[in-house]
Design a protein around this ligand. Structure first.
Ligand SMILES: Cc1ncc(COP(=O)(O)O)c(C=O)c1O
Length: 398
């Protein structure tokens, strides 16, 4: 059965009059989320109190929901667990991977990577005493930069600014040929593009749930460890819930079985309840169809913007093979243009220095939304509707 995108759209709450093109930053709310969170608050927390850990299955949620995410990223059952933020999961994966390749000292990343990934890598290098080095190259040079000095590649598959997509299979293969391990950041991939971690033989992967997986602001991150490494990888953040027997309260740390060891501390139960509701939307949804439809919507948008607003310059590759689920345009007044769009109900976002980002998430975006966004953008550019002082004052979050 082909994916019914009209049915998935009906499952989201989208405010009246809004075209929401920012699911690449924060996904919208599924209609069932409030009731599910309310149940977690009133019936579980309210009535069960501490008994909720067992009776409501709170303690098992990070693994149970991990399995549901595993299906969306081509991961083996039992290889994904939820918890913490993505920055923390980057650190964890990287630390384990480095330790598994002890002869090497270089972490290879690219200049398109999300700054937090690079900051975490730099911080880890310092913690390890400075023998390690983070090397960044241009995104298009990653493949050729993988040599026999590289311990680990740390790459975000889809560039948060340009939407450019790396060749995950090719980079992973090359890394393995050169004796390196791979850590993939799937922040802009999970729920957006077909990912097959098992097939490409990825070593570690991490991602967030508040973007395309719609868990809500502050939703937890996930981590994947390939089953062939899961009993070897040593968790650098050795918290009690990653212990083999947390409730034995031993004084010494022993890592838990497999992916369990990547847990750190108490799971965010209320956020996991929202995520549980959000993941129900994916039943009957085919990831290949999602991406194919996203590309069609992106093409429609690119064509419309290039004809109605030619002063905006496409920053996203034209090749379908090199695209995720967002389209970015450059303009020196990008910030003000985005504020003018938002004031008219077309919500995207801005990334310094000059990028306007638009996410195309077919679960709730359709051709009518694209036409409306193009029309509003065209009118704003025709009439310089962005050229107002209130659109030029930068908010804390852009
Ligand atoms: C690619 C990528 N990596 C890491 C992060 C940081 O995530 P968090 O704030 O959940 O730690 C983000 C946030 O948007 C991201 O896009």
């Amino acid at each position: 059965m082909p994916t019914d995108f009209a049915a998935t759209k009906a499952r989201f709450h989208l405010p009246e009059g809004v075209v929401y093109l920012d699911g690449n930053s924060l996904g919208p709310m599924v209609r069932t989320a409030p009731a599910r969170v309310e149940r977690a608050v009133t019936q579980e927390w309210g009535e069960m109190l501490i008994r909720g850990w067992n009776q409501a299955g709170w303690m098992a949620q990070p693994r149970a929901l991990g399995d549901r995410i595993a299906r969306l990223i081509g991961a083996e059952a039992g290889s994904v667990v939820l918890g913490d933020t993505l920055s923390i999961k980057v650190y964890q994966a990287l630390a384990s991977a480095l330790e598994m390749n002890p002869q090497r000292r270089v972490i290879l990343s690219d200049t398109g990577n999300f700054p937090s990934d690079l900051y975490m890598a730099e911080g880890l290098c310092r913690t390890l005493g400075g023998q390690y080095r983070l090397k960044t190259v241009a995104p298009e040079d990653v493949l050729s930069a993988i040599d026999e000095t590289v311990a680990v590649t740390l790459i975000t598959e889809v560039d948060y600014r340009t939407g450019r997509r790396h060749d995950m299979a090719g980079i992973t293969k090359r890394a393995h040929e050169m004796g390196a391990l791979t850590v993939w950041d799937l922040a802009h991939s999970a729920g957006a593009v077909p990912v097959d971690l098992a097939a490409v033989r990825a070593d570690f992967a991490v991602g967030c749930t508040y973007k395309y997986l719609n868990s809500g602001p502050g939703g937890p991150a996930f981590i994947y460890v390939a089953p062939r490494h899961a009993e070897i990888a040593r968790p650098a953040l050795s918290g009690w819930l990653g212990h083999e027997a947390p409730f034995a309260f031993d004084l010494d740390y022993r890592p838990g079985r497999g992916i369990e060891r990547m847990r750190v501390g108490t799971p965010p139960v209320l956020q996991l309840a929202a995520l549980e509701a959000a993941l129900e939307v994916w039943e009957g949804v085919d990831m290949h169809e999602v991406h194919a439809r996203s590309l069609r919507l992106q093409d429609l948008f690119i064509k419309g913007v290039e004809s109605r607003a030619p002063m905006l310059h496409l920053a996203t590759p034209r090749s379908h093979l090199m695209r995720g689920s967002q389209v970015s345009f450059r303009h020196p007044e990008g910030y003000a243009i985005m504020q003018a769009l938002i004031a008219e109900g077309v919500i995207g976002d801005f990334r310094a220095p000059d990028i306007l980002r638009f996410g195309f998430t077919p679960l709730y975006i359709d051709e009518d939304d694209v036409a409306r966004a193009v029309g509003v953008l065209g009118r704003i550019m025709d009439q310089s509707g962005w050229d107002r002082p209130e659109f030029k004052t930068r908010a804390a979050v852009t």
